[in-house]
Design a binder for this molecule. Structure first.
Ligand code: 5RP
Length: 228
């Protein structure tokens, strides 16, 4: 196993240790979240899980975890999920896995959100990782032009790129498309979040601000616990 993979596993296991029997647990998406879900499955606790993607729901069910839809359970006690960047105040960029909409819905419905990541995800300023923006398919090229305007309002000159896989547009679990915006530096994430939300056709963006209650970040020396 590579060092990075070992770090992902370490934070996944550390996060699984936070779960108690009887909890409703939000399950993230991505390669780090997979380690959390596997470690949770291995604990054999009676919990109810709400998954942030079909892939995670399938994994959880295959491990014998009980999976419910968002809104079918009482409030989610704890959600554990990965991130693409962890910036100041635990502001995050998420969505490389294309699950940003379901992730945000689950995070916002959770009492406590813990982000797990290897050390490479920590950054002094958000924006080095292209910002995922989920849009409805109808009129998406027009929406992309309006996203450019919203970025420009925030002094970001990025041209959003439609996410493709094997030459075809990637569809999210909700059937939407994703544009990735290489912002560079996001000086005012809250202003950018508001500008993107104001564009008709934008379903959600990958800025997760004021949502993470803590972060577990793996380093070669061990797992660091960070607060906003
Ligand atoms: C999926 C996500 C993931 O949590 C994020 O991309 C991190 O993934 P990984 O742990 O594989 O680096 O936001 O939409």
């Amino acid at each position: 196993m590579s060092d990075v993979e070992a770090q992902k596993r370490a934070v996944g296991e550390a996060a699984a240790a936070l779960v108690e029997a009887g909890m409703v647990v939000g399950l993230g998406t991505g390669s780090t979240a997979v380690w959390f879900v596997k470690a949770l499955g291995a604990r054999g606790l009676e919990v109810t899980c709400v998954a942030t993607s079909l892939a995670t729901a399938d994994l959880a069910a295959s491990l014998g975890l009980k999976v419910a839809e968002l809104g079918e359970t009482r409030e989610i006690d704890l959600t554990v999920d990965g991130a693409d960047e962890i910036g100041p105040g635990l502001g995050l960029i998420k969505g490389a896995g294309g699950a940003l909409l379901r992730e945000k819905l689950v995070w916002e419905a959770s009492r406590r959100c813990v982000v797990i990541a290897d050390a490479s995800k920590r950054v002094p300023v958000l924006g080095g990782f292209p910002l995922p923006i989920e849009v409805v398919a109808f009129g998406h090229r027009t929406t992309a032009l309006r996203i450019c305007d919203a970025l420009a309002e925030c002094d970001i000159g990025a041209a959003p790129r439609l996410r493709l896989r094997n030459g075809q547009p990637v569809r999210t679990d909700g059937g939407n498309l994703i544009y990735d915006a290489p912002c560079g530096r996001i000086e005012d994430p809250a202003a950018l979040a508001a500008a993107l939300k104001s564009v008709t056709g934008v379903v959600e963006h990958g800025l997760f601000l004021d949502l993470a209650d803590e972060a577990l970040v793996a380093t070669p020396e061990g797992v660091l616990r960070l607060e906003p």
